[in-house]
Design a protein. Structure first.
Length: 64
């Protein structure tokens, strides 16, 4: 095992995903001890669309 790099991580998942994806996102956030966001109106293919909006919460978190 190599040393971990310090990096801020947030697991972001669409709320319209299948339950297994929602579980997987939660488990990953727990394992990495990081933030976890469920975007209620998004799914697998559009969850990152907020990256194109400079005023979005996603961009704010990425640019911290």
């Amino acid at each position: 095992m190599q040393d971990r790099h310090k990096a801020a991580v947030t697991v972001w998942v669409g709320g319209e995903e299948r339950p297994s994806f929602l579980d997987q996102a939660r488990w990953l956030a727990e394992a990495w001890d990081c933030g976890h966001v469920i975007d209620p109106s998004k799914h697998h293919f559009d969850v990152i669309d907020a990256l194109s909006d400079t005023d979005s919460e996603m961009v704010a978190i990425v640019t911290k």
